[in-house]
Design a protein around this ligand. Sequence first.
Ligand SMILES: *Cc1c(COP(=O)(O)O)cnc(C)c1O
Length: 384
Amino acid sequence: MENKNLLMIPGPTPVPEKVLLAQAQHPIGHRSPEFSEIIGEINENLKWLHQTQQDVLTVTASGTGAMEAGIINFLSPGDRVLVGCNGKFAERWADMSDAFGLQTERINAAWGEPLDPKVFREKLEADTNKEIKAVIITHSETSTGILNDLETINRHVKNHGEALIIVDAVTSLGAVNLPIDDWGLDVVASGSQKGYMIPPGLGFIAVSEKAWQAYETAKLPKFYFDLGAYRNSTAKNSTPYTPPINLMYGLKVALNMMREEGLENIFARHERNTKATREAVQALGLPLLAGNDAASRAVTAVAPTTVEAEKVRSVMKKQFDISLAGGQNQLKGKIFRIGHLGFVSERDVLTVISALEEVLRELGHETMTPGAGVAAATRVFAES
Ligand SMILES: *Cc1c(COP(=O)(O)O)cnc(C)c1O
């Protein structure tokens, strides 16, 4: 059947009809009072979502653009930075930091394992000359389905005193509690096609007072992503350059939907969907890549041994028109990933699990009790 795709990948994520319809309008002038009012409302709601009193800056870019803005505005060539490396997006931070001529120190962990906060503590405590200028962390590592222990790593950064903490929260913001002001996170980057329930095209950066101080002396070249210009415009409910007006229409509606649901409920829903997915997959006899205490709330990575991961994906798409994500880089062909980020309900999880059962049966996966996956998922939903 056509036009019935169920998008269960960790981005782009499904978009509510209300948001799609809001975008299907004529653009208006971005210097008009009407648009200024829209930006004002969006800015207030972005602060609410980010749990911060500071203005959150919006750039026209995918998440990677927001990450780049997070580097070039606060650092200078040759600055020493620690980068947590345990997946594809973490590697992107490290490559980016190399590209801008920073002195990049990779703190590695195996793909599928969380970063070890102790290693960060040791490096930071040993740095008595305060040469480390930033610690750069991917909170939810989408390529492996790992949620890194940002809270603990950040505590070690705070004890160091000088270094900024720069965070990729692209698939954690709007999925798991991330109290930016309470924790004192300095730079937090995210992108619209993940937890925000709108299409790709917008990047968001939250900036602390301490990071703004670093901005004053940062020497990396910048222009379009010079956040000083965004700070000045945002304070006046404006934008420095032409924003994607129609995406902003969608963002306004999506943020209002989030406010209506409430932060606690949004986090609880993601937690429930994550738990249901993980228990169902295990009940079907498939191993998970990430352990329970480091499970991303955006995506579950499954590492099947009895069937080929890519076959699961192709049969799932062909037979049920459900899109799952594959493995990336060294995990290509070894895992498939079920996204449950953003506009995803219990019904979507039950759909993907029951379809998975049928796909596994078709591929000859023997060790499975029929109905075990759905039973495990419904048990989680009934309990919470
Ligand atoms: C999606 C994603 C990004 C940004 O990717 P873009 O394609 O540039 O939007 C960055 N980090 C993580 C963890 C992601 O999942």
